[in-house]
Design a protein around this ligand. Structure first.
Ligand SMILES: Nc1ncnc2c1ncn2[C@@H]1O[C@H](COP(=O)(O)OP(=O)(O)OP(=O)(O)O)[C@@H](O)[C@H]1O
Length: 217
């Protein structure tokens, strides 16, 4: 599903170069769920952003559906992302001016694959039915997180990238939302790469990769 070869990234800052990682290579199989862990600031979010095509790597390849995301022109990269990659960011990025219903449908509409039955199933599984006419600012952090998960799952993309998707929830709620997410992913057959600081949550996934001193293990 995802084939990553020799990724390297160094940020150039006013204090000089900040090397994050070099020669990062790994595969994720269809339907596989993988936790990405490592100390704060080691580059986990940056790696996820590169895999999502939102940030450029210095070297390396990101192969999705046999296409190298790093080499595609903007339009084709956007197409590939739309059809193959769902993302849940740390900052959630719900659109403030759209209702929850429209936030949920946004990505699937762009991809032209809005499935009304699946939307209904996600809404009821994630407990969002009573919130559809509200706006993001009127929701709690946990409710917003469930909307972001629903939105990412709605397009049924083969790959889901999640950056601490339950980061702002307490442990009990995090476990509950995580369980919902894993159940829904099993239904779509998507692969998941999830950044987490929680050893407990990581044990619910198929395996864990650790980014340390610029290398993956
Ligand atoms: N655009 C940027 N320009 C320069 N430095 C950056 C930029 N974005 C991030 N950094 C730095 O790169 C390092 C890695 O950041 P990143 O967010 O990828 O880490 P992380 O492992 O996800 O951290 P956390 O677990 O705290 O979320 C940090 O030191 C950060 O300050």
């Amino acid at each position: 599903m995802l084939h990553v070869v020799g990724l390297a990234k160094t940020y150039l800052t006013s204090q000089g170069p900040l090397p994050l990682f070099s020669d990062v290579s790994f595969d994720i199989q269809p339907g596989e769920s993988v936790a990405l862990m490592g100390e704060s600031g080691c580059g986990k979010s940056t790696l996820l952003h590169i895999l999502a095509g939102l940030e450029q790597a210095d070297h390396g390849q990101v192969l999705i559906n046999q296409q190298d995301l790093t080499q595609l022109p903007d339009r084709q990269r956007a197409q590939l992302r739309r059809h193959y990659i769902g993302v849940i960011f740390q900052q959630l990025n719900l659109i403030p001016s759209l209702s929850i219903q429209d936030n949920l449908a946004f990505q699937a509409r762009l991809a032209g694959n809005l499935d009304a039955d699946w939307l209904q199933h996600l809404v009821s599984t994630l407990g969002l039915a009573a919130l559809l006419q509200r706006y993001p600012a009127q929701l709690s952090g946990g409710q917003q997180q469930r909307v972001a998960i629903g939105r990412a799952l709605l397009a049924k993309t083969p790959l889901l990238l999640a950056d601490e998707p339950t980061g702002s929830l307490d442990e009990a709620n995090a476990e509950q939302v995580m369980a919902l997410m894993l159940t829904l992913i099993k239904e779509t057959g998507s692969s998941l790469l999830m950044v987490t600081h929680s050893a407990l949550l990581s044990t619910q996934l198929d395996r864990t990769m650790i980014l340390k001193q610029g290398r993956l293990s």
